[in-house]
Structure formats: structure tokens, C-alpha cells
Design a protein around this ligand. Structure first.
Ligand SMILES: Cc1ncc(COP(=O)(O)O)c(C=O)c1O
Length: 255
């Protein structure tokens, strides 16, 4: 217990937490929150990461930042309830396809072949620390090269893919709530390589965030003052413990 709970790094981050709290750097976007997002980006091997007040808010902001009007989405029968609820809110029932998982909680490609061919989006929940096999992901793209994938990595944080082909559109999100490998108390993240989605998520959920990475136009600067969907930034103090968890996760999975 002592070995895992009392290391120099943890003592340092507890100290940092106290200082940030006392200095009232516990709101908006302090440097350590931006650093946390950058660390998640490196871990996820994605260009852009945005933090949110929960995994559910992260997913909603992502969904609202995609072009989903009249588009079809598939979801396995293994999906977190609040995430499924959002799908029923944003997709008409004819456009929301429930797909079958096999006994390993993995999408069954044979049974869902015809459905996969016609999908625009596919949400895959990586269950209980078991990531999808890369070959299976490649097969999904060989069935439908235009499909966009969204991974719910809440139970497989630390998973990432390298050498993704240009046409493979894949976005990650995860919850950092509770006792997950990366925990921020409450919270969630989205990671993507798509700058326009990253910007839209800022307009949707991050009122008044000024972010050098986005280089906003005049019109976009107005949009960021609104918070089109809601306001759902994370309480930044959680980022300190989240960054701490990333440090240990990397050590554990030897990245
Ligand atoms: C697999 C999965 N997806 C989504 C969520 C929703 O995240 P949150 O509770 O942070 O909204 C959770 C919550 O733990 C989860 O386990």
C-alpha cells in the first residue's frame, strides 16, 4: 500500500495541489490543466485533446461537433447507459443501429457485415481493459472505408494506435471519473486529430477559452463567447491527480 501510495511523485503532486488551491489557480484553464491535456494527447497519440466535466459531456460535445444530420451510427449492445441515452437523443431510431457483440464483448463482424457497410459512424466500447484488436479495426475499414470510428476508452485508458492511415477517421473519448486508471475525480476527455472538430468542441462547451492551437478567426472568436451546447469544463485541480495517474500508467504499461 505504501509503495503505491507514497512515492516522491505523489508527494510532489499533493504539494502542487495544495499550492494551486491556495493560489486560487483552481478555475478556468491554468497551465497545469493544459499540460494535462497535452499529456493525454501524447498518451493517446492524437493531436488535440480537450478536457470536460464528465465522460458523458465529452461524448456529447464530440457528437455535436460531427456532421450527423441524417447519418447512421452503429453501436454494440455493450455501451454505457448515459452514452446510449445521448445516441437516442441525437440519432433518429432508423439511423441508430444496435449491433451484436460476441462472447468476448467485441463487435461480431460476420453477423453485422451488411449493417457495417452502410454506417457513417461506429461507436466501440473497449470493455474491461481489453482493447479491440488492430486487425479487427482494419477489417472494419476494409468493409467500409468511409466509416468514422469513435472509441469509448473509459475502461482501456492508455490504449493508442500508431501508423493510422489517412482515411481512417478515429476519435477517442474516456471518462476519468472514480477509480479509473486515469482519475480526475470527475471528468472526461476527447482526443482527435481533426482540428475542426477540436475547434467546434471549444465553441460547444468551452466558453471563453483562448487557445493558441486553434488560431481563431474573427467569427470563431465570437462563437467561443457563446458556449453553443453547454458549459462543461473540468475542475482543474483534478488534472493534477490525472497527470500523476498518467505517470504511473505509463510506467505500468511500459510506454
Ligand atoms: C465505459 C464508460 N463510458 C462512459 C462513462 C460515462 O462517464 P461519466 O460518468 O464521467 O459521465 C463511464 C463512466 O464511468 C464508463 O464507464
Amino acid at each position: 500500500l505504501f509503495k503505491s501510495n507514497l512515492s516522491l511523485y505523489k508527494i510532489f503532486s499533493t504539494f502542487k495541489l495544495a499550492i494551486s488551491f491556495l493560489a486560487k489557480k483552481d478555475s478556468k484553464y491554468p497551465t497545469y490543466l493544459i499540460k494535462y491535456e497535452n499529456k493525454v494527447s501524447v498518451l493517446n497519440n492524437k493531436k488535440y485533446t480537450l478536457s470536460f466535466s464528465s465522460g458523458t459531456q465529452a461524448f456529447e460535445s464530440l457528437i455535436r461537433s460531427l456532421n450527423i444530420a441524417n447519418e447512421k451510427i452503429g453501436v454494440c449492445n455493450i455501451v454505457f447507459p448515459s452514452i446510449f441515452r445521448l445516441l437516442t437523443r441525437y440519432f433518429r431510431s432508423g439511423n441508430l443501429k444496435i449491433l451484436i457483440c460476441n462472447k468476448d464483448l467485441v463487435l461480431d463482424l460476420e453477423k453485422n457485415y451488411e449493417e457495417i457497410k452502410n454506417l457513417d459512424y461506429l461507436l466501440l466500447t473497449f470493455g474491461y481493459g481489453y482493447p479491440y484488436d488492430r486487425q479487427l479495426i482494419n477489417k472494419i475499414f476494409s468493409i467500409n472505408s468511409k466509416i468514422n470510428l469513435i472509441y469509448d476508452l473509459s475502461h482501456s485508458q492508455g490504449y493508442s494506435e500508431k501508423n493510422i492511415e489517412q482515411n481512417m477517421q478515429i476519435h477517442y473519448f474516456f471518462s476519468t471519473q472514480g477509480s479509473k486508471a486515469i482519475s480526475t475525480g470527475e471528468g472526461g476527455v476527447v482526443s482527435t486529430d481533426d482540428l475542426s472538430i477540436y475547434k467546434k468542441m471549444i465553441f460547444n462547451s468551452h466558453l471563453n477559452r483562448s487557445d493558441i492551437k486553434t488560431n481563431l478567426s474573427e467569427k470563431e472568436n465570437l462563437a467561443v463567447k457563446i458556449g453553443i451546447l453547454s458549459k462543461s469544463r473540468m475542475s482543474p485541480l483534478g488534472a493534477i491527480s490525472g497527470a500523476n495517474d498518467i505517470f504511473y500508467l505509463k510506467k505500468k504499461i511500459k510506454i
